[in-house]
Ligand binder design. Sequence first.
Ligand code: SF4
Length: 77
Amino acid sequence: MSECECLAVCPFFNDKMPLLGGGLVEIYKENYCKKDKDSCARYMVRKALGKEKVPPDLYPNMRDKANQVIAASQQPA
Ligand code: SF4
């Protein structure tokens, strides 16, 4: 487990996405960005498909959506 190498450029980490309530942003930064990037939905898509394929509204906890995005891109055309 390690800090994510995308901290400097990630819209989520830099508060460029609509803020989540209840202090979730700080919790996610702590749990995903600083500890467990491999569990982050944004990181999963970035790693599988490239950063331009990461949906702008994908939050770190949305692993199901990340898997859908990755699966959809792997369908034969
Ligand atoms: S762990 Fe996810 S949300 Fe955090 S900086 Fe990396 S890609 Fe962005």
